[in-house]
Design a protein. Structure first.
Length: 160
């Protein structure tokens, strides 16, 4: 398979470069690319990514549903969203970030009236993690009638 040489359209210059490199490899020029160094370079140049963290089933208060992600590089989180397959009813569902097992008071709230079962939160100050820090998530409160089920937490991560 030969991929066309036409320009690749992307708003992300790092992604555009990756696509160009992948096209070069697929077209048979394996010796000219060093993916390891280009990936390392992008991780140290302020790339922005999303990490999807899931929690299946019915939620309950103080449920630690993830606690063991160590970032490869220093990262910051300034915004995150929470989605529920089943919205909480009666009261809002809240989730907090953990850093080395300690709650960070960076609360994500999913209101009972959330449009499309999704709600985003932007923090006033960024939450940062070093490669030695352990990232986790804990459910703080749940709906009083329906707790809320099947969460997807999506922090927007920036490499710093």
């Amino acid at each position: 398979m030969i991929l066309p040489q036409s320009p690749i359209v992307s708003g992300d210059p790092i992604l555009t470069d990756y696509l160009r490199r992948i096209r070069t490899v697929i077209n048979g020029n394996l010796s000219t690319e060093n993916f390891a160094s280009s990936i390392t370079n992008s991780l140290t140049n302020g790339g922005e990514y999303s990490l999807i963290i899931t929690a299946a089933g019915t939620m309950y208060a103080d449920y630690i549903f993830m606690d063991g992600f160590y970032p490869a590089v220093k990262i910051s989180i300034i915004k995150a969203s929470v989605f529920a397959g089943t919205l909480p009813t009666g009261s809002s569902l809240t989730v907090d970030f953990l850093k080395n097992g300690v709650e960070q008071s960076k609360i994500l709230t999913l209101a009972t009236t959330a449009s499309n079962h999704l709600q985003a939160t932007t923090f006033t100050t960024a939450l940062t993690y070093l490669p030695t820090d352990r990232l986790g998530m804990i459910v703080k409160t749940v709906g009083s009638t329906e707790a809320g089920r099947d969460l997807n937490i999506t922090p927007n991560i920036k490499v710093i």
